[in-house]
Ligand binder design. Structure first.
Ligand code: TYD
Ligand code: MG
Length: 456
């Protein structure tokens, strides 16, 4: 009879404790310790299988003798996906893609699997073959050979993959995999960790790249311990609001490229479509000049993105005023409100403030500040801001406007999109060749200067 041992594992950091406690002693999170059964009977899988094509054990090798060909990237048909990965999928690499349920992870990877020229093995523990076929019919035809495998047993999957030798292995999702050597339930820390390291060993030995889908928990972290993110080479996040069409693919960690890259997609009835020229996609579609609405000339991953920023400031009816924002950091909004109170004498103290970045995307560019401030003031005073004005600049705690990167690119794009005015930090005026543009450039130093030009 196998000897059973139970331990308490923190679902967040993977800490192992012999008995339950409310708070994890390692990461200080509450209620994260869960009981898991560890069977000590079976031999560890590492000792049993060897996935190297030549069947040899690996041995030390001179760096100069390693062929660079082994690093040849697999370039998919999806330019946005290639861009985020830094040019393509590196052989033998493991990519983890996380996102909320229903955001489109399975759709994205099925599209990539279908568009691949070689052989792709798509393993799904979540959907049946028929369900995947239904989805595939919606998103397009297979270019190469796309094999669908509905299985959750990690050893079985890898045995099959070693036989097929695909150009790419897709796992949907890591939380459904089960390592036969372990008794704990699929999705538990032990299972996720064991399956991932098993996959990693397979990828490194066989040189076949693997893309793994991972679910995200309520806090936005990939379910399972952080350890998972250490094992894999690349961590991508697929985000957006499932009520809207737009999705952003961001890179959080990349051993082979920059994490500045971002891909933008649009979800429509026939799957995800790449958005090649995203700068104007989030702009206001109405012709009316409404108070509380401004346009930010933001840059995300070196690409200009103009977004409509909306604010609503109204008198608070009950006790504490409400402060809420979607797509923009609420703490940052509170900071901007404090700066407006202190430096410009504007009274937001008794007001409810709501802020919304249109399109359901979260933009992290600090240059959004200026558009947010303009929207807040426009709503407070109920005076519309001209729709043809764009804003770009970071606001400091003293109400000073701080310089931001790539100003030339922002001004050029605003000019191209037909804006008549752009407000920028005075600092950014240096080196900006205004004669090249028709747009009026308003350099500002401190916040009060913004309001002089704004409602003129
Ligand atoms: P899915 O890829 O199943 O999400 P995930 O794997 O991240 O949980 O995406 C499901 C959503 O996408 C679903 O709500 C329907 C929508 N969808 C479309 O709008 N168009 C399409 O062509 C497809 C395939 C899905
Ligand atoms: Mg899915």
């Amino acid at each position: 009879m196998a000897k059973l041992r139970t331990v308490y594992l923190c679902q967040k950091c993977g800490h192992q404790a012999p008995k339950w406690s409310g708070q994890c002693p390692s990461c200080d999170e509450w209620n994260t310790l869960h009981e898991e059964v560890i069977s000590k009977s079976k031999a560890p899988l590492e000792l049993t299988t060897n996935y190297r094509q030549d069947g040899l054990k690996s041995k030390p090798i001179n760096l100069q003798l390693i062929e660079s060909v082994r690093r040849r990237k697999l370039i998919t048909q999806d330019n946005e996906f290639n861009r985020v990965l830094g040019g393509g999928i590196v052989p033998g690499s493991i990519t983890l893609i996380g996102g909320h349920p229903g955001i489109g992870k399975s759709t994205l990877l099925l599209q990539i699997a279908l568009s691949g020229r070689g052989t792709v093995l798509y393993v799904s523990g979540e959907e049946s073959e028929e369900q995947i076929k239904m989805r595939a019919d919606r998103v397009g035809e297979a270019q190469g050979e796309c094999l669908i495998y509905s299985e959750t047993d990690t050893t079985q999957i890898l045995k099959e993959a070693a036989k097929i030798q695909p150009d790419l292995l897709v796992i949907d999702s890591i939380q459904t995999l089960r390592s036969p050597g372990l008794d704990s339930a699929p999705g538990s820390v032990t299972q996720v960790r064991e399956s991932t390291s098993e996959l990693q060993r397979f990828a490194k030995e066989s040189n076949i790249p693997i893309v793994i889908i991972g679910h995200i928990n309520k806090d936005g972290a990939i379910a399972g311990p952080k350890i998972l993110e250490h094992i894999v080479d690349t961590v991508l996040q697929f985000e957006g609001d499932s009520n809207y069409r737009f999705r952003i693919l961001r890179s959080l960690k990349n051993r082979f490229g920059s994490t500045d890259e971002m891909g933008i997609y649009e979800m429509n009835t026939s799957g995800l479509r790449m958005v090649e020229n995203p700068s104007a996609m989030l702009l206001n579609q109405y012709d009316l000049n409404l108070s509380g609405s401004t346009t930010a000339a933001a840059i995300e991953s070196a690409r200009p993105l103009f977004v409509e920023t909306q604010a609503l400031v109204s008198t608070a009816v009950y006790g504490n005023p409400q402060r809420s924002s979607t797509g923009f950091d609420t703490k940052r909004m509170n900071m901007l409100l404090a700066v407006l109170e202190k430096r410009c004498g504007m009274r937001f103290g008794t007001m409810d403030v709501f802020l919304n970045i249109a399109g359901g995307l979260k933009i992290v560019d600090p240059s959004m500040d200026l558009a947010v401030v303009a929207a807040l003031v426009s709503s407070l005073q109920d005076i519309p801001v001209n729709k043809k004005m764009a804003f770009s600049g970071e606001v400091g705690l003293s109400g000073e406007i701080r310089g931001v990167s790539r100003m030339e690119q922002r001004v050029q794009e605003a000019n191209r999109l037909g804006f008549t005015d752009i407000f920028i930090p005075k600092f950014n005026l240096k080196g900006l060749d205004q004669a090249r543009f028709d747009i009026r450039v308003h350099p500002i130093n401190v916040l009060p200067e913004l309001f002089e030009g704004l409602f003129a």
